[in-house]
Design a binder for this molecule. Structure first.
Ligand SMILES: [Zn+2]
Ligand SMILES: [Zn+2]
Length: 173
């Protein structure tokens, strides 16, 4: 289980799972593995339920009206999900920090990982760096990990779509 919560992987995984909710425990496991998580135990329907709860809470953090509300909602997630930080070298690959109890199933583990990863992302890179795409009919969530912190679109495709539209709006027909 080694996704570095200080990096971008955790918030990107949260956005991926929130944008397209996993339908089964097996799908949740596959997509977590694809994101780089090492799963140490079998994944159950209860893990899926807990993960979906985490994603629901996380989506409220994304849609919070301002920084204070965002911090408050995220603090609630942290309180519900995390344990005291501790040093561990459980895989023998190097000492690192866990913000959860040992030997957690995937559901609670994801809840803790997403809460901590998002807290580190927002405080480290900027409180505004979690949002939905600027294109009105695209509701895709993304974590802005760009250098400038001014990403407005979920994808190049949406950026192009909006550029064409703005160009058309300016061009007399
Ligand atoms: Zn670990
Ligand atoms: Zn978009």
């Amino acid at each position: 289980m080694h996704l570095n919560p200080y990096g971008a992987d955790v918030v990107n995984l949260a956005a991926d799972l929130a944008n397209r909710r996993p339908a089964t425990a097996a799908e949740l496991a596959d997509r977590c593995r694809a994101a780089g998580l090492t799963l140490e135990r079998p994944v159950s329907p209860q893990d899926l339920d807990r993960a979906l709860e985490a994603l629901m809470a996380w989506e409220e953090v994304v849609d919070a009206a301002d920084d204070e509300a965002r911090a408050e909602l995220l603090n609630r997630m942290l309180a519900a999900a995390t344990a005291h930080p501790r040093l561990t070298d459980h895989a023998g690959t190097g000492w690192h920090l866990h913000y959860r109890d040992d030997a957690q199933p995937l559901g609670p583990l994801l809840f803790a990982l997403i809460s901590v990863g998002t807290a580190l992302h927002l405080t480290g890179r900027g409180m505004h760096r979690l949002r939905r795409c600027t294109v009105a009919e695209c509701t895709t969530i993304f974590a802005d990990t760009s250098r400038t912190g001014r990403q407005r679109y979920c994808s190049q495709r949406c950026a192009n779509r909006d550029a064409v539209r703005r160009h058309r709006a300016r061009t007399p027909s």
